[in-house]
Structure formats: C-alpha cells, structure tokens
Write a protein that binds this ligand. Structure first.
Ligand SMILES: [Fe+2]
Ligand SMILES: [Fe+2]
Length: 464
C-alpha cells in the first residue's frame, strides 16, 4: 500500500513572514502548519509545541513563522508513491502529527499519523493470521506519540499503547483485559460510536483532573457489525490554555482600545455602523450581500490601527512629515460620520445608489471631529479629504500633509481589505517607499504595489 492509497489532508500553509499570533488559530485547529516560500517551496513546519514554546519563552516581538519553524531539511517527507510502511517509520522517528507529501518539489498534501494508524488497524482486523502485518501494525501502534486504546464491543480493553500509559498514568498490564473506565467529565461518545458505527474525530474532552484531551473514536467494523472502537488521543491542555490566553488578551486589547476613544458615544457609533461583504457581478455592476459585519466600522478602525502599528515597527514614523498622533486621531474619526444602509444577506443592490458618495461622509466626519472633539487642524484636513484623489484636492490643501494623506489612504484601503475581504497583507518600508503585498479572494484587489509617500508615485508589482 502506498501513501496515495490512504486519506491525506489539504495542507494548511502560511507565508514565512506570518506573525506568531496569526499562526495560533491554524495550529490549534490542525496541530501543524507548513511554511511555504513565495514560489511554493516547502521551507519548514510549525507544530503546536514549537509555537507554544516560542510564545511562552518571550520570543522577540515581531518574530515570524520563519523564525520558529522546524526547517524542511530536518523533516522527513514522503511522495504519493512512498510505501506506507516507510511513511509509518517516519512517524516513529519524528514528533510531527502530519508529514508533508511532496511531488516534483511541490507540497501536494499532508499525511496525518491518524490515516496511517487507521489503515494498519484495519489491516489487523481484516488479515487475521497474517503474522507479518499483525506484528508490524503492533510495532507502529506502540510507537505512536498519540495514546491509543482499543476496546472490544463488551468495553473490554484489548490494546493500551505506551503513550496511553504515559498520558493516563496507568500500566498496560493492569488495564488490558479490564473494562474501560470513562474518565471524561461528560458522557463519553464511545456508546454513540459503538451504536451508530460512525467515527468521531477531535472530540475536545475535559478530564476530571483538569487536563484537556483531543480524542478520536473510530469503530472497527467487520461484516457490517461494530466489533470495537479504537480510541486515539493527545493532551491539548497547553493549546487550550493558549487559546484562552489569546481570547483573554483579545478582550483586553479591545477594552484597552475602547479606553483610547474620547467617549462611549464614539464607541457606540463605531460599533453600530455595519460594513458588508459582497459578491460583485462585473456584467451588471451590482453587488450581492454575502455577510453583514454589524460592528464593521469598529473593526475597520481597529484593523487600520493594527496596520499603522505594523508600519510603525518598520520605521515609518521616523519619516519627516509623518506624525503618529495625527494619524491615530485621523483613523479613529475618519469614518465616524458614515451613514450606512441597512442591507441583508442575499440582497442585490447597485453600490452607487445604495451607498453614500464617500466624500460626503468624509466631510461629515471632519465636521464632527472639529466641532465636537476640537481636533487639530491637520487631523481635520486629513479626514475631510481622505476620499479625494490628489488632482481633486482644493488649492489650499496644505502641501505638508501630502505624505500623511497618502499614508492614511493606504492604511484605510488595507484595513478595508482586512475587514471586508479577509486579505493577507505584508508590508515593507524603505525610506519614503512603502511596499504592499496583498492577497485575497477578490482578484481585482489581488495586487502588490510600491507607493512613494513623498512623490505620490505608485508602481504595481507583478508578484505571483
Ligand atoms: Fe471613509
Ligand atoms: Fe475608512
């Protein structure tokens, strides 16, 4: 049997420059994330334990996927035609839950330990008397990093591998032949799986001792009847703690940001002005609403501040004529005067008719920032003209604000891409030039460019 004969998964991939925080959810979901170069070459792998140790060991701020990955050279990889026994051997010697499947130098799939395990388990069930396969399967079961318990239909434990001994703090000799004890706090899915004959994967299971396991339950079916269950599991307590920490720090960040707002009315307006995701039909020029983001304006402002913070760490604020305070205030107030239509998912509208002409909300936002919040003149200029093209600006627009206006428009556009199009963005700053690499599901916006903040020159880059 070969690798291509068993179930493989679509690999989850990231750019080498992805931040550690942005990797967390992908790693939590799958346990392993592949780092690819711009040309699609496999650079390395990030596992949950690698990420956790990077995050908890106070890894330098701004560290990226590339800094913490296990390099591709030190990883085993297989091809679609690799023999499954050879692939299984790699799991014995490596601590990754999935192995990359590479064909002609390109990552084509990810082979999970589980698929190999299930294949060999069914081999055991279907080839009784075949000593070689049985022996081989047992060696593999016993070398797994995941805990494995095999239970027959009477709930008697038939296999208890060394990883299960370690995770359950029990001896196989004491458990094999005994009736299985349900250690989860809640009702175990064993009974459902036994009855329905359908597998259940990644069941998050809190234990009575405070740990959290992720458990797979796979029925062993022979002649249409469930003969038992293979239960595989691993400890995800650290990942769950990390997830809780991340959620907490997101909440804290949210509260901290709300504190920077002038008052609760500004917060209320931002949180109750929706933004929409849509599908554009180039033939009719109409859009169909696909998602309503109720607090869209709030998210837009937060994302714009994040983009600005990223540019700040890359040195943008050391440029003459760029003021952090002016930009932060401009971002907070720039869309505060926006009047959004109330649209529903599935509704098709003409965007030119449904949405207000952008310079109108810009002027209203500038009036609000000026009259109610007494913001400085530079902030008001920037807000009032954030939707104007350069050749449409009034003659008295202060020329010294041009670099900041260009930067505000860039940040505003990138935040819209993050908020409304789930874009992936990478930024570089070199002198007065900002390079933007943007990728998202909307091909019209899938472009990379260089903008010179001093001259206004913009060049589109051809990057695949
Ligand atoms: Fe705007
Ligand atoms: Fe905006």
């Amino acid at each position: 049997m070969k690798v291509k004969d068993v179930e493989a998964l679509n690999p989850v991939t990231v750019d080498p420059g992805a931040s550690l925080e942005s990797l967390a959810s992908a790693v939590m979901e799958r346990g392993v994330v592949y780092v690819l170069s711009e040309t699609g070459g496999l650079l390395g792998v990030i596992t949950g334990s690698k990420l956790i140790s990077a995050l908890t060991s106070g890894y330098a701020r701004g560290a990226t996927a590339q800094d913490v990955m296990i390099p591709a050279e030190s990883l085993p990889h297989v091809g679609p035609d690799t023999d499954l026994h050879t692939a299984a051997g790699f799991f014995e010697s490596s601590c990754v839950p999935e192995i990359p499947v590479v064909e002609n130098g390109v990552l084509v799939a990810s082979l999970p330990q589980r698929s190999v395990l299930m294949t060999f388990s069914s081999t055991v069930a279907s080839s009784k008397g075949n000593r070689y396969h049985e022996q081989r399967a047992l060696v593999i079961l016993r070398s797994l990093h995941e805990g494995l318990i095999m239970i027959d239909k009477d709930l008697i434990i038939r296999e208890f591998n060394p990883a299960a001994e370690r995770l359950m703090n029990a001896k196989a000799a004491d458990r094999i032949g005994q009736k299985a004890v349900v250690v989860s706090r809640d009702e175990s899915p064993i009974f459902d799986v036994m009855k329905a004959g359908k597998a259940r994967y990644n069941v998050i299971t809190p234990l009575a001792d405070g740990r959290v396991f992720s458990v797979n339950y796979v029925p062993m079916v022979e002649d249409g009847e469930v003969q038992g269950i293979i239960e595989t599991f691993h400890d995800i307590t650290e990942q769950e703690d990390l997830r809780a920490q991340l959620v907490n720090s997101r909440d804290e960040l949210d509260r901290a940001f709300a504190l920077t707002l002038p008052n609760s009315r500004v917060e209320h307006k931002l949180k109750h002005t929706p933004e929409y995701r849509d599908r554009y039909d180039p033939e009719t020029g109409l859009i169909t609403i696909t998602e309503v983001i109720e607090d869209g304006n709030y998210k837009h402002v937060v994302n714009a501040l994040k983009v600005l913070a990223d540019l700040n760490t890359k040195g943008i604020m050391s440029l003459l004529g760029i003021s952090k305070d002016v930009l932060v205030q401009s971002i907070i107030f720039h869309d505060l005067g926006k009047s959004q239509p109330q649209l529903e998912i599935g509704q098709t509208v003409d965007p030119k008719k449904a949405f207000e002409f952008s310079p109108a909300h810009a002027a209203r936002s500038a009036d609000i920032a000026s009259h109610f919040y007494h913001k400085e003149a530079d902030v008001i200029w920037l807000i009032r003209y954030h939707h104007h093209k350069e050749d449409e600006l009034p003659p008295d627009f202060p020329r010294h604000l041009m670099p900041m206006l260009r930067l505000l428009q860039l940040v505003d556009g990138l935040s819209a891409a993050l908020t409304r199009r789930n874009a992936h963005i990478k930024l570089d700053v070199e002198g007065t030039r900002v390079t933007v690499y943007e990728r998202n599901g909307h091909p019209d916006f899938n472009k990379s460019r260089v903008v010179d903040l001093f001259t206004g020159d913009a060049t589109v880059l051809n990057v695949d």
